[in-house]
Design a protein around this ligand. Structure first.
Ligand code: DQA
Length: 144
């Protein structure tokens, strides 16, 4: 196993910073990557941060995380969280631990966000802390 943490981000998260800042805050995905790099250095972890608007890329990267011996995956699947049986199955298909991450708390929002197919397969979840959700999830991954 390596000391690399894959941080996989799904659709629309490339627009963080300008996307509904009242819900998601003003940090960009690059800002979050910087926070994770800083905390990762302290924890002795490498960060491999990626974003795609395409479901299949996220499936491929989950497979890759296992093939490359990643220590863990932090997964903010965006709206695919609530729709994707393919991501649910991919998480269950690998032994690499996956921690679900959300900036907002989907369970306090619209009813269609209350179901998480990712959460039914992931080992843990950090949500509702804004950009800090990612840092707390990284700290959990470090302790695995
Ligand atoms: C999100 C929550 C999802 O419901 C939403 O579709 C997103 C972002 C979050 O980080 O709070 O795209 O995953």
């Amino acid at each position: 196993m390596t000391n690399t943490i894959y941080v996989l981000n799904g659709p629309n998260l490339n627009l963080l910073g300008m996307r509904e800042p009242e819900i998601y805050g003003t940090d960009t995905l690059d800002d979050i990557a910087g926070m994770l790099e800083d905390r990762g250095r302290e924890l002795g972890l490498e960060i491999d941060m990626r974003q795609s608007n395409h479901e299949g890329h996220l499936v491929d990267w989950l497979h890759e995380a296992q093939a490359e011996g990643a220590k863990a995956v932090l997964l903010n699947a965006g709206a695919y969280t609530h729709t994707s049986i393919a991501l649910h199955d991919a998480i269950k298909s690998i032994r690499t631990p996956v921690i679900e991450v959300h900036l907002s708390d989907p369970e306090t929002r619209e009813p269609f966000r209350h179901v998480s197919y990712v959460g039914m397969a992931a080992m843990d979840c950090v949500k509702g802390l804004g950009a800090r959700s990612y840092v707390v999830a990284l700290e959990k991954a470090a302790a695995l």
